[in-house]
Design a protein around this ligand. Sequence first.
Ligand code: SF4
Length: 235
Amino acid sequence: MTRALAEGFPGAHCELDFSTPLELVVATVLSAQCTDKRVNEVTPALFAKYRTAKDYAGADRTELEELIRPTGFYRNKATSLLGLGAALVERFDGEVPGRLEDLVTLPGIGRKTANVVLGDAFGVPGITVDTHFGRLVRRWGWTAEEDPVKVEHAIGELIPRKEWTLLSHRVIFHGRRVCHARKPACGACFLAKECPSFGTGPVDPQEAAKLVKGEETDHLLAFAEQVRAGGGATR
Ligand code: SF4
């Protein structure tokens, strides 16, 4: 299945736009309860105005809130960003730390966010257990755990460490585009032959094809068809 995921999503990556670890931390804080697309609409103006941790620490709350308002929960998120800037300045010389145990001490940064930052900004392998990742690995029977930290450890035992970050992106891509929470596109899924949860969603290929989302849709449908016909990566 991991090979099929690699073939299905050769370009899987973090869908938040960023160019520095600080920008990625800020973007992940904003991504709580919000789509990455919406975050990416907001961050260019935000990153242009606030370039350093000190800029966030000293930000005018009203201006900051106004800029991030479209991402929702903007008051809480502004509190996190102000606190984040202050904590980075006070404890880490204004730099984003590259260790999980330090990252999780920062305001607004949970374990999930910390793993995203480690994997994508520092190249340290990390497993990102978001709602998609947890749902899919349970559907595949890779683990029965519900608790994200337990899921992270269980999958970490199954998958070589160097593959953690890319696997996380690929699983999350599959969850966003094919294996939806309510109506997964089982009939148009390239994992259909392997998946113990096949049938959770529509199995008719044409009906299921309508549920597949995203710009890779043509590739995903063609790959699923190829696997159905007996070719393609299936382990
Ligand atoms: S077969 Fe269905 S449940 Fe299994 S991964 Fe594909 S879409 Fe998800």
